[in-house]
Design a protein around this ligand. Structure first.
Ligand code: ZN
Length: 179
């Protein structure tokens, strides 16, 4: 078992501007927004994501289920959102990491899974979720963000990581313009 589940909630202003969101944008959107120069790095990133999931990779957190998605691990510090790692995970581990922040479903299921995977008491899990929620309220109050890609986090070259960083910050600035 590589890593434990650490609940982390994404500040609302950063919703929709993750690398995974970038991968989901239609080509027409990129062209429309003058982001053609990022097509290549997006395609390289897509390759990395696919590579991590190919061949029935196991979840890097629980080691039990097959990984069917990539979880992006962020740190939020003084207005900087720092991408630390991308890891192949199963649905249960991803949903426990963000406590299903973005989707329907019961919080209880996520807490039970975290308790099991982290091999801790339910009380420990609830405490961790409570802390993560308080932290989220703090970072959610921050109105200006800059996205940073920690070197090596995506396994792209450092030039490509810089390009990815500027593509994400561009998405972020467009989001702010939309209000
Ligand atoms: Zn898992």
């Amino acid at each position: 078992m590589a890593d434990k589940i650490e609940p982390t909630f994404i500040p609302e202003l950063l919703w929709g501007v993750s690398p995974a969101d970038l991968l989901s944008l239609p080509r027409s959107y990129l062209l429309d927004k003058g982001m053609k120069e990022y097509e290549q790095v997006i395609s390289l990133l897509r390759g990395k994501y696919q590579e991590k999931l190919k061949g029935g990779a196991k979840c890097s957190v629980c080691g039990i289920n097959f990984a069917d998605q990539i979880d992006e691990i962020w740190e939020f510090h003084e207005g900087k959102a720092i991408l630390k790692e991308i890891r192949p995970v199963c649905r249960l581990c991803r949903e426990a990491r963000d406590m299903k922040q973005f989707g329907p479903g019961s919080l209880d299921e996520a807490i039970d899974w975290m308790t099991y995977v982290n091999d801790q008491t339910k009380q420990d899990s609830e405490l961790a979720v409570g802390k993560a929620y308080l932290r989220w309220k703090e970072v959610n109050a921050i109105r200006r963000w800059e996205i940073k890609i920690e070197s090596g986090s995506t396994e792209l070259s450092s030039d490509d990581e810089k390009k990815l960083e500027s593509a994400l910050n561009l998405l972020l600035s467009m989001k702010h313009l939309r209000g």
